[in-house]
Design a protein around this ligand. Structure first.
Ligand SMILES: Cc1ncc(COP(=O)(O)O)c(C=O)c1O
Length: 457
């Protein structure tokens, strides 16, 4: 529970963090611990370098503890479900509260300040992906981004799109929905644990116009080498679409080096943003090949001038933004993203690798769980999927929740998705639960031979 104190401290840093704020100031105080200011920092955090800059630029344990203090959820829960819906960090909570107050007290008079959060997210996305902000459209979610490409792509009857059978439905249905336009969707079978790129290539032919894959598989956490997938797609004369939601924010991705054509993600998982605020990347040269969709007042160069009657679309990907955006979502996402940016994606990724390595090692050694996620470089991710005796059950999820541990089941397996602020005490809690839980059925292969755990060939 958060106690809200209204104060007037640190006005300038508040303005910088949340540009729309003029007259409203909120101090967040967690249930226990130190008070935090409007940017979510505690007394002891203020005035310190946010992340230590030692010789090897590694963040220290103190840096990660400081990150953890920005996560109110950690007060109560050991949270292993960032691959579903992430909890909000204090800076995002503060920023959204300020937006609520601003919208309530001042209405449209502060509208232009709210728009600055949209620009901030566009800028943060272009920096993370190393692309032009002209190639970024803001969307409500990953599904919307996929749909804009699926429906706008210049298909001809007889074309096909190649994707993986293990994809999340949002990366299947929009393609399958093209059947009525004569476009075939080819599903490449995958072993649950890994993706065989030879099979992907074999599924492509001269009518393959697009390959669509998730960067990180939502069930097993297998992270694809996107440079290799792009090479295959382009060699076959196809374009590449990437659903990046299960990797965005915590793994580096430089689209100058990796020639992905289209990419979409929402911020509510690894980016620690609220639901309903996402990003679509469209490579500049693809923009004019797509049929513009969702065209509205905000798609045109003269957006805001309602007397205009001709459609002169923006030259940038923002032409897809059509109408009013879900502003509070982007206000929150901008704040969460700035928190991640303070640490930097290199530190975040090496920390998440460290956390998941510790988790995998403890699960395999001390519990009946057998980790199946591929842990080899570059395929590891933040998702740790395990076989448990009898399969992952609703009962197990509830048992964990009753003990303030949040986990999920996917594909009959237990899916654990920690984050950079997860600590050893959290790992102790899930390990203890899995040691104690009365699993119903024990298959021999579940326990007796754990040599296949965390395996991939
Ligand atoms: C791989 C993948 N793609 C897409 C989605 C859905 O994303 P959104 O709700 O942003 O459309 C999910 C959600 O779990 C997912 O795991």
């Amino acid at each position: 529970m958060l106690r809200i104190i209204v104060g007037v401290r640190d006005r300038d840093s508040l303005r910088r963090a949340v540009p729309m704020v003029r007259r409203i100031f909120v101090v967040l105080r967690p249930r226990s611990g130190e008070p935090m200011d409007q940017s979510g920092q505690s007394e002891s955090d203020r005035g310190q370098e946010p992340v230590s800059h030692g010789t090897n630029h590694q963040a220290t344990d103190a840096d990660w503890s400081r990150f953890r203090r920005q996560m109110p959820v950690a007060e109560r829960w050991a949270y292993f479900d960032h691959a579903a819906v992430a909890p909000l960090p204090a800076p995002a909570v503060g920023a959204i509260r300020l937006w609520v107050e601003s919208a309530s007290c001042n209405g449209v008079t502060e509208w232009s300040q709210w728009q600055e959060s949209l620009s901030a997210v566009r800028q943060l996305a272009s920096e993370w992906l190393n692309v032009s902000s002209r190639e970024i459209a803001l969307v409500r979610n990953t599904t919307e981004g996929i749909g804009l490409i699926a429906e706008g792509f210049p298909w001809e009857a007889g074309d096909n799109v190649v994707t993986l059978a293990s994809e999340f439905p949002s990366n299947l249905y929009p393609w399958q929905n093209l059947a009525s336009r004569g476009v075939e969707t080819r599903l490449v079978p995958t072993d649950l644990e890994q993706v065989d790129l030879n099979r992907l290539e074999s599924a492509c032919d001269e009518r393959t116009r697009l390959v669509s894959v998730s960067w990180v598989g939502y069930a097993t956490g297998f992270r694809l080498d996107l440079a290799q997938v792009a090479e295959i797609a382009h060699r076959r004369g196809a374009r590449l679409f990437v659903d990046a939601i299960q990797g965005a924010g915590v793994w580096p991705l430089d689209l100058q080096r990796v020639p992905v054509d289209f990419l979409a993600f929402d911020g509510h998982k690894w980016m620690l943003g609220p639901e309903g605020a996402g990003v679509l990347f469209i490579r500049e040269e693809q923009l004019t090949r797509l049929r513009p969709l969702n065209v509205g007042w905000n798609s045109v160069k003269t957006a805001g001038d309602f007397s205009q009657q001709g459609v002169r679309l923006k030259d940038s990907a923002a032409r897809y933004e059509g109408g009013t955006m879900p502003v509070p979502g982007f206000v929150g996402l901008a704040a969460s993203w700035r928190l991640l940016q303070e640490y930097g994606v290199e530190r975040l990724s090496s920390r998440l690798k460290q956390v998941t390595d510790q988790l995998v090692e403890r699960l395999n050694r001390e519990t009946p769980a057998c980790v199946v996620s591929c842990r080899q470089s570059p395929h590891f991710s933040g998702i740790v999927s395990c076989d448990v005796p009898g399969g992952c059950s609703q009962r197990l999820r509830e048992y964990c929740r009753e003990r303030q541990v949040v986990v999920n089941c996917r594909g009959g397996r237990l899916r654990l998705s920690p984050h950079v602020y997860t600590n050893l005490a959290d790992i102790d809690r899930i390990v203890e639960i899995l040691r104690d839980f009365p699993f119903q059925r024990r298959r021999d292969s579940d326990h007796d031979n754990k040599s296949g755990c965390s395996g991939c060939s």
